[in-house]
Design a protein around this ligand. Structure first.
Ligand code: HEC
Ligand code: HEC
Length: 313
């Protein structure tokens, strides 16, 4: 009897050890593919440049119509994205593409926006003055920045500058504020070694994400933002997303047919909260079924692994 009990305990311990080893292997693999998103620091929160950027981000007075702020298209209710297909700029015109989230965006290494065509947050903010904010010239924003509370906020943010109210400092403050909009999650704790941070379902989901080949494009700490890739490797994405009107991605900028349907790989941090999805906001809800059945048919690895038979959480 004793021997049976002992064997049983040993077996149990062995199984636990095997499960632990499997978890460790998954964590090692995930750390190599993704990596931890740094938490927001106290210093960032208290930085007067961040404080200035925050005020600029929310101020509708800083547009030609007096009605549009950055936050009008990057809404707090949609975690910095827009639940509408497209947004309306200060000239009343619809935006060409969907407004993506500003959370975590500044860490994207392949450039900003759906085509990665803005090199930095400062370039993006500078472009917005005559873009979304609707001014004819960049200088038109200065009279507004010369009124209260801005002269004082710029002085506090850039105390060494002789003339702190400049277009460069306007955009630097917006970029610095957005850099602080990061959303570390349980996933990061788990990557850091806190085993209980992720439940079993989440770990199975992660295994699928890696096995199906999603991580080939959606990698790095943002799970994306690192490269431009063809959207729809096997099939035309329009069949799946119902996209309309026509948008051929990077080819619109380069004219090169090889760039047809190439977009920046969208980061997937907080993706569950930033619908609508994709460059044209064509998909309103990303249920499990949508993600697996449809997105998998866009990538080769899913096909070849007969993933339909997997039980997916
Ligand atoms: C009228 C709506 C609108 C307004 C106002 C607006 N944006 Fe955007 N924003 C967009 C759209 C649309 C995109 C995607 C554009 C594209 O890729 O063609 C975008 C993209 C971005 C991105 C890139 C995010 C990423 O993941 O790469 C950042 C950063 C950004 N906006 C910051 C700002 C800031 C800062 C302001 C205020 C100065 C601002 N936006 C004002 C609509 C808007
Ligand atoms: C070949 C590279 C590639 C692979 C592999 C890939 N994706 Fe993507 N993914 C992209 C690109 C590019 C976009 C941006 C598409 C656009 O602009 O509309 C994207 C966008 C997304 C979005 C929309 C995000 C948003 O906020 O709009 C989701 C969700 C997504 N992918 C999930 C997945 C999943 C799940 C897998 C694995 C089944 C996967 N992707 C595999 C390249 C890829």
């Amino acid at each position: 009897m004793r021997t049976v009990q002992l064997t049983f305990v040993c077996l149990l311990l062995l199984l636990l050890r095997l499960a632990e080893a499997a978890d460790d292997a998954l964590r090692t693999q995930a750390n190599a593919l993704f990596g931890v998103l740094a938490p927001v620091t106290e210093a960032e929160i208290n930085d007067p440049v961040v404080a200035l950027g925050r005020v600029l981000f929310w101020d509708t007075d800083l547009s030609s119509s007096g009605e549009v702020a950055c936050a009008s298209c990057h809404l707090v209710a949609n975690m910095g994205a827009d639940s509408r297909r497209v947004s309306r700029d200060a000239r009343g015109r619809p935006t060409r593409r969907h407004s993506q989230t500003v959370f975590n965006a500044q860490a994207a290494t392949a450039g900003l926006r759906w085509l990665g065509d803005r090199a930095s947050g400062t370039a993006q903010a500078l472009g917005s003055i005559t873009g979304s904010m609707g001014f004819s010239n960049r200088e038109d924003i200065f009279p507004l920045l010369m009124t209260s509370p801005y002269p004082q906020l710029f002085r506090q943010a850039f105390p060494a500058a002789e003339e702190p109210v400049t277009a460069e400092n306007y955009s630097l403050a917006l970029e610095t504020n957005q850099r602080s909009l990061r959303t570390p999650a349980a996933f990061d704790q788990w990557l850091d070694g806190v085993e209980t941070a992720l439940g079993e379902d989440a770990k199975i989901g992660l295994q699928h994400f890696i096995r199906f080949g999603c991580a080939a494009c959606h990698n790095g700490p943002l799970l994306g933002g690192n490269s431009l890739q063809r959207f729809g490797v096997l099939e035309d994405f329009r069949v799946l997303t119902g996209s309309n009107p026509e948008d051929v991605g990077l080819m619109t900028l380069s004219g090169n047919p090889e760039d047809r349907d190439v977009f920046r790989v969208q980061p997937l941090r907080i993706v569950a909260n930033t619908a609508r999805s994709f460059h044209d906001g064509s998909v309103s809800r990303l249920g499990t079924q949508w993600v697996l059945w449809r997105l998998c048919s866009l990538v080769e690895t899913c096909r070849s692994r007969n993933w339909q038979n997997c039980s997916v959480s």
